[in-house]
Design a binder for this molecule. Structure first.
Ligand SMILES: [Zn+2]
Length: 304
């Protein structure tokens, strides 16, 4: 069982990056339709999928995003005594992230938050720890990581909630339920009316919904998890992949997941074969590759 989890997790490490590449290629062929997000996203030239090169976007004073299209967003919160990073991409991105970071601040990285365990969000942990940072994650995410790695494990974990006071920022870190994995946390900044969603919300167009069942993911629970997030007060949303966007965009994403639940349940009731459900997920929701491998049997089993 442990081996199964480990193999699934390894596969998932690259799943988002691969799906992302496919989407980007498809988008380029089709003339890259604009993202559905508005508000903050419309002022962000890297909104939607994201630039190919690592690029720094200023979202507001003391808050930046370092982004590219190949892996998860790295968010930078700067206070007088140091920096909090929310996610740190792949290990191979570490040096480039630090170069970009040094263009905006010379302060040390005090904390790294992993929104979940996938390697395109937590890959820089060991290198950040070598530089003195403490890594924070959900206990389930740490458990999943400990199946496949010994270096870079988080040393601070939470079950339901923790609060970090960081200069002008209060970071309320919540576990609101399963979804993309069973260890996704959201970071709510009540004073700034912002929320960081990790891969509970990934926004390239069309959406990619990776339900990592070996990593504890759940389509059935994902919408309830998003309901709990939507109950918090915020206007700006930072997705796991894609540019800063707004609440309406997150609601659209949730509606898409509800539609997926309904369609799989309906096909299960009509006793449609696995191949038909796979085809529906490919045509309606853009599933392919790892997204299908990690998600198909799980959604069929769950949505009875
Ligand atoms: Zn992920």
């Amino acid at each position: 069982m442990k081996n199964l989890i480990a193999v699934g997790t390894l596969a998932a490490l690259t799943a988002f990056a691969l799906a992302a590449q496919a989407q980007q290629q498809r988008g380029q062929q089709q003339g890259a339709p604009p993202p559905q997000g508005v508000g903050a996203a419309s002022a962000d030239p890297g909104a939607g999928f994201g630039p190919r090169e690592l690029t720094t976007f200023k979202v507001r004073d003391n808050f930046y995003m370092i982004r590219n299209g190949q892996s998860g967003n790295c968010s930078v919160l700067i206070a007088d005594d140091g920096v909090v990073l929310s996610d740190n991409k792949f290990e191979m991105d570490h040096d480039a992230i630090m170069t970009k970071l040094r263009e905006i601040t010379d302060k040390p990285v005090l904390y790294v938050i992993n929104t979940h365990m996938h390697g395109d969000h937590s890959g820089g942990n060991a290198k950040n720890q070598d530089l003195g940072a403490k890594v924070i994650a959900h206990e389930n995410a740490r458990f999943q990581m400990s199946m496949t790695q010994t270096k870079g494990l988080p040393t601070i974990t939470l079950e339901d909630h923790m609060r970090l006071y960081h200069g002008e920022f209060i970071l309320d870190i919540y576990w609101l339920g399963r979804g993309h994995t069973d260890g996704d946390i959201v970071v709510h900044l009540p004073k700034q009316n912002m929320i960081f969603m990790g891969d509970l919300f990934a926004t390239w167009d069309p959406y990619v919904t990776l339900i990592d069942y070996p990593g504890g993911g759940s389509l059935r629970e994902w919408t309830r998890t998003l309901d709990r997030a939507l109950a918090l007060p915020f206007t700006t949303v930072i997705p796991g992949h894609g540019g800063a966007t707004d609440r309406a965009h997150l609601e659209t994403y949730k509606a898409q997941l509800t539609r997926m639940q309904d369609m799989v349940r309906e096909m299960n009731r009509a006793k449609k074969p696995r191949e038909d459900i796979q085809k529906m997920l490919e045509t309606e929701f853009g599933w392919s590759g790892f997204v299908t491998t990690l998600g198909l049997d799980g959604v069929i089993r769950e949505m009875q």
